[in-house]
Write a protein that binds this ligand. Structure first.
Ligand SMILES: Cc1cc2nc3c(=O)[nH]c(=O)nc-3n(C[C@H](O)[C@H](O)[C@H](O)COP(=O)(O)OP(=O)(O)OC[C@H]3O[C@@H](n4cnc5c(N)ncnc54)[C@H](O)[C@@H]3O)c2cc1C
Length: 528
């Protein structure tokens, strides 16, 4: 078996894991991060897109609210290329009681979350589509964050400090030498081989899978409850800022504008398995109704994609195991030496994507203390590579890039019209991920994520990858089929109205031009 060696192995390449690997690498440890899939393919790529101001938690979880408020400012500074500083509003709609609004400013001040009341007329001037009967409005510092850009930014920073990132490496065993964790064994899903990584410490950042990973080291009963939520992307930005309903946290109470779309969400129900998160039609209707309460006419926009993620919530003895909405959003670090008598391993769960950097700082501080090392955290001080300080991530950034690079409009092949992906942008990504799945490419540049959901760009991108010699004809067929299959998972639950016509057109394009269903492909190509 191939063997590697590092001071630290980080398991899980979501926001928490990459935050941790960046932190340990910046403190001078040698580190390897492993993930069973691509980076941010778990919860960190299946979330709502909100860089919390803290306002959502001022009443239900003030400690998390304060953490979000502090981290919001740090992430805007260090991840300028992944964050859009949209600002946000909490609004009391015509159907809401003003009871929560009366508490809002007082609770926000207590949790140190900046907020101020503005008049309904001012709120409507800023957001003309809002419910014209809205009663109260509060301005907060919400933003939006592209999870994939953020996670890859942190990963690039870690790699610049010498860390290794191994995607598509599934951990299958955690080995012990007596009471001490000594190595991690993972299976390289792409090449079919096992790898052993000898290490001094394992940091388990497995999100909703963290309990299963702890089991591998014989640490039983770590209860990370998957709190499942669905979200729906609409085909336009229906608001300029993040719109929160000014009520106790509830389903469908936040609308987040992200890139050219906006996302309504979310639900919160206990799931049994983070790998099996169904999107039920009554939940879809509930989300669309919730959007309608904020923005009358919401349903006239087109729902283009739905997805679900599972919050890694740590079981709270004060709350029933089925009631994930009321479990605290705060982070928990579990020291397996104290809990299970297993030295050299810590697990972390809970928290938010907004607080990922702070979560990393906490767990690495604890590890350093256990190791007797004094190495201070520096992650808040350094901007991640590719995120120029103060650069806002706006919807027009790709057009600006094209113009700044001296390309006359129309001189570059446009591969995806919805998301303005040019051929050179796509090929630059393919250079970094030669032969990878189109979904890995999608997460980097948002291929197929706009209103047509890959109807036009998926065939073009597959053709380019094949033409470059990255993949064989059979693999190209398989990867195209896999990409379309994955897009379909998020399409069928919201097939209504105009989206049915779009899906029919896409189907005609794929079947009429390529007979996609009958393309020859090797079986294994569509499962990896
Ligand atoms: C519906 C929903 C909406 C949300 N909205 C927001 C929001 O708007 N703003 C916000 O700040 N937060 C939000 N959150 C919370 C946020 O998304 C999560 O707290 C955060 O993404 C968790 O990151 P993580 O790294 O801990 O977990 P994950 O991102 O799930 O990462 C865990 C990783 O472990 C890997 N893994 C699992 N098993 C193995 C194994 N055996 N071997 C190797 N790797 C393994 C997985 O592949 C995965 O990549 C939302 C969450 C949900 C579910």
């Amino acid at each position: 078996m191939k063997t590697l060696k590092a001071d630290i192995v980080v398991i899980g390449g979501g926001s928490t894991g990459v935050g941790v690997v960046r932190d340990v690498a910046m403190r001078g440890f040698s580190a390897i991060l492993v993930d069973k899939g691509d980076l941010a393919q778990g919860t960190s790529g299946r979330y709502h897109g909100l860089l919390h101001s803290g306002g959502r938690y001022i009443a239900s979880d003030p400690e998390s609210a304060t953490e979000c408020a502090e981290e919001n400012l740090i992430l805007k500074r260090i991840h300028g290329g992944a964050v859009e500083d949209t600002g946000g509003l909490f609004v009391t709609t015509s159907i809401d009681s003003e009871e929560y609004a009366d508490l809002f400013l007082e609770r926000a001040a207590a949790a140190k979350v900046p907020a101020q009341e503005i008049t309904p007329a001012e709120a409507l001037r800023r957001e003309p589509r809002l419910d014209p009967g809205l009663k109260r409005a509060f301005e907060v510092l919400d933003g939006t964050v592209d999870g994939w850009q953020m996670v890859w930014g942190a990963a690039r920073s870690a790699m610049a400090y010498g860390a290794k990132i191994l995607t598509h490496h599934r951990v299958t065993q955690i080995l012990r030498d007596g009471e001490h964790v000594s190595a991690v064994v993972c299976h390289d899903e792409r090449h079919g081989e096992d790898i052993r990584i000898d290490c001094a410490y394992v940091l388990n950042c497995g999100g909703p899978w963290a309990g299963r990973i702890a089991e591998m080291a014989d640490c039983h009963g770590v209860e990370v409850v998957p709190g499942a939520g669905i979200m729906i992307a609409m085909n336009h930005r229906l608001s300029h800022t993040v719109i929160n309903r000014c009520i106790w946290p509830a389903d469908g109470d936040i609308l987040v504008p992200v890139h050219p779309v906006c996302i309504i969400g979310t639900t919160d129900l206990r799931a049994d398995d983070p790998d099996d998160l169904p999107i039920l039609s009554d939940q879809v209707q509930q989300m669309l109704d919730a959007g309608e309460a904020l923005i009358p006419g919401f349903r006239k926009a087109r729902a283009i994609h739905a997805w679900a993620g599972a919050r890694p919530l740590v079981k709270d003895s004060r709350v029933a195991a089925t009631d994930t909405r009321h479990m605290a959003r705060g982070m928990s670090v579990i020291d397996h030496a104290a809990r299970d008598g297993v030295e050299g391993m810590l697990s972390i769960a809970g928290g938010k994507l907004t607080t990922y950097r702070l979560m990393a700082e906490r767990i690495v501080d604890i590890m350093c203390e256990r190791m007797g090392e004094e190495r201070p955290c520096r992650t808040a001080e350094e901007v991640v590579p590719g995120s120029n300080e103060g650069t806002l991530y706006t919807i027009g950034h790709r057009l600006k890039d094209i113009e700044e690079n001296g390309h006359a409009p129309g001189s570059e092949q446009m591969i995806c019209e919805c998301e303005l992906i040019t051929r050179s942008m796509l090929e630059k990504t393919m250079d970094l991920l030669p032969g990878d799945q189109l979904d890995d490419v999608r997460r980097q540049v948002r291929l197929g994520m706009g209103p047509c959901q890959g109807g036009f760009c998926s065939q073009r991108a597959t053709g380019i990858s094949h033409e470059r010699g990255d993949i064989s004809c059979e693999r190209a067929n398989g990867l195209l089929r896999l990409f379309l299959k994955n897009r379909w998972i998020g399409l069928w639950p919201i097939l209504n109205g105009a989206q049915v016509r779009q899906a029919a057109l896409d189907h005609w394009i794929h079947e009429g031009t390529l007979d996609v269903e009958h393309l020859p492909y090797a079986d294994q190509e569509v499962t990896r």
